[in-house]
Design a protein around this ligand. Structure first.
Ligand SMILES: [Zn+2]
Length: 69
């Protein structure tokens, strides 16, 4: 299963692009952050992928976010 990285903002809004159909998916990180920083997302195309959620702009991930890696 592929892993997609997603960065959420202060409103816990995140978006991730489906690796299969390239459709953008909106994710509400608020409902997931309490138990896990990884969720399983299902796209409307039927593709299922793991999403690794991180806070945008956080110190440890800032450089990675800028570089998009
Ligand atoms: Zn898709």
């Amino acid at each position: 299963m592929r892993i997609q990285k997603a960065y959420f903002n202060d409103k816990y809004e995140a978006s991730v692009v489906c690796g299969n159909c390239l459709k953008k998916q909106a994710i509400n990180a608020l409902q997931f952050k309490k138990h896990a920083n990884r969720i399983i997302a299902k796209c409307s195309c039927g593709s299922i992928f793991l999403v690794s959620l991180r806070r945008a702009g956080g110190a440890p991930t800032r450089m990675a976010s800028v570089l998009g890696s």
